[in-house]
Ligand binder design. Structure first.
Ligand code: KG4
Ligand code: ZN
Length: 328
C-alpha cells in the first residue's frame, strides 16, 4: 500500500511516498529556513507564502522520485496539527483538493506522534538491524515540543508529561540568538559544545522530581543572565557556555527517560524531533539505555527534522485501522 504524505507545519514544504508504513520510496523537503535566519526565528507569513509556491512542485517531485503516479497511491496523509496555522492550512487545503480530484481517501495525522514514528521507517539500505517493538516510551524534543508518551500501539499514545514553559529546541534557539550564533541554534550549539568541556561554568536545569514534565525556561534565563553579566567577555566563553547548557539539559532528558522506562517496565525508548539530532543526547542516551538494558532508537538525522515520510508512515496505520473498522 502506497501512502502519499504531505507536511507543512512550520517552515518546510515536504512530500513523501511510503510503502506499507515502512519503506520510504521518496522524501522531498524544501525549506525556507534561510529566508528566516536573519530574523532569528520563523516568520509565519514568509513560511506560508513560500509553501503556497512550493507545494505542487514538491508533491510532483515526490511522486516522480517514487516512480509512481497518483493512480498508484492508496491514500493521502497530511499533517493536521500542531503548527503554524497559515502553514498547516496550505498543506491541508492542497491535500483536500487532491484527495477530492483524485478520489483518494484523506488521513489527518498528528505531527508530534509522527516524529516518533520516524523510528520505524527504512530507506532500503538500513533495512537490516533491530527494529523497535511496542509498547515503548517516546520522547519528542523539537522546536515547539518536549513531550513524553507511553505508546501502546500506533493508534494509542498516552501523554505522560510535557514542558511547562519553553520547548527544549526553543531554549537552544534563544540562547544561540543572544550569543549571535544565528538560527536555528541547536546545530551550532551542538558543534561548539564539543570544544567547551569545562568545570567552571554550570547551569542548573529543573528536573521536576515526581513529575514527567519538563521545564527549560529557568536554565534559559540563567544562561541569558550569565551572558549579560559578562558582556564582552561572553564571546570568549561561548563554547563553554554551550557545553554547560547542553550538558545540564541532556542530563535531565536522559535521567527522565530512563526513570519512566523503568517505572512503566518498558524496554523500548523512541526519540524524535529536531533536537534528537543532538550528538550529545544521542550518545549519552544510548549509553545509559544500554547500561539499563533498554533499547533506545533515534531516527537517522534527516528523519529527526520535519519531513513527510513520518506523516505517510503513521498515516498508513490510521488508514488501515479505518478500513478495518469500515469492514466490520
Ligand atoms: O522537529 P523540528 O524540525 O521542528 C519542530 O517541529 O519544531 O525541530 C527544530 C528544532 C530547532 O529548535 C533546532 O534548533 C533543533 O530542532 N535542532 C537541534 C539540533 N538540530 C536541530 N537541537 C540540538 N542539537 C541539534 N543538533
Ligand atoms: Zn517537528
Amino acid at each position: 500500500m502506497n501512502i502519499l504524505g504531505i507536511e507543512t507545519s512550520c517552515d518546510e514544504t515536504a512530500a513523501s511516498v511510503v510503502r506499507d508504513g515502512q519503506r520510504i520510496l521518496s522524501s522531498v523537503v524544501a525549506s525556507s529556513l534561510k529566508e528566516h535566519s536573519k530574523y532569528g526565528g520563523i516568520i509565519p507569513e514568509i513560511a506560508s507564502r513560500r509553501q503556497i509556491e512550493l507545494i505542487s512542485i514538491v508533491v510532483t517531485e515526490a511522486l516522480e522520485k517514487a516512480k509512481l503516479d497518483l493512480k498508484s497511491i492508496d491514500a493521502i496523509a497530511v499533517t493536521k496539527q500542531p503548527g503554524l496555522i497559515g502553514s498547516l492550512l496550505v498543506g491541508i487545503s492542497f491535500a483536500r483538493a487532491l484527495s477530492f480530484a483524485a478520489k483518494k481517501p484523506l488521513i489527518e495525522v498528528d505531527h508530534i506522534k509522527a516524529h516518533l514514528y520516524a523510528n520505524f521507517l527504512t530507506t532500503g539500505e538500513d533495512a537490516i538491524g533491530p527494529k523497535p517493538k511496542l509498547p515503548a516510551i517516546g520522547l519528542v524534543v523539537s522546536g515547539g515540543h518536549s513531550s513524553l508518551f507511553y505508546i501502546k500501539d500506533f493508534l494509542h499514545y498516552k501523554l505522560l508529561g510535557q514542558t511547562r514553559d519553553d520547548a527544549i529546541g526553543e531554549a537552544f534557539d534563544k540562547i544561540a540568538r543572544i550569543l549571535d550564533l544565528g538560527y536555528p541554534g541547536g546545530p551550532v550549539i551542538d558543534r561548539l559544545a564539543r570544544t567547551g568541556q569545562n568545570n567552571d561554568i554550570h547551569f542548573n536545569c529543573a528536573d521536576l522530581p515526581n513529575s514527567d514534565d519538563f521545564s527549560f525556561s529557568g536554565i534559559k534565563t540563567a544562561v541569558l543572565y550569565h551572558i549579560h553579566d559578562r558582556k564582552n567577555n561572553a564571546a570568549q566563553q561561548i563554547p563553554k557556555i554551550a557545553y554547560a547548557f547542553q550538558d545540564s539539559v541532556v542530563t535531565v532528558l536522559v535521567n527522565k527517560c530512563i526513570a519512566v522506562c523503568k517505572r512503566k517496565k518498558v524496554s523500548t525508548l523512541l526519540i524524535g524531533g529536531g533536537v534528537a539530532a543532538n550528538s550529545t543526547l544521542r550518545q549519552r542516551l544510548i549509553q545509559k539505555a544500554n547500561e539499563e538494558k533498554i533499547n533506545a532508537f533515534f531516527p537517522g538525522l534527516p528523519l529527526c527534522l520535519d519531513n513527510a515520510a513520518m506523516i505517510a508512515g503513521l498515516g498508513f496505520h490510521l488508514f488501515r485501522n479505518n478500513a478495518l473498522k469500515l469492514k466490520s
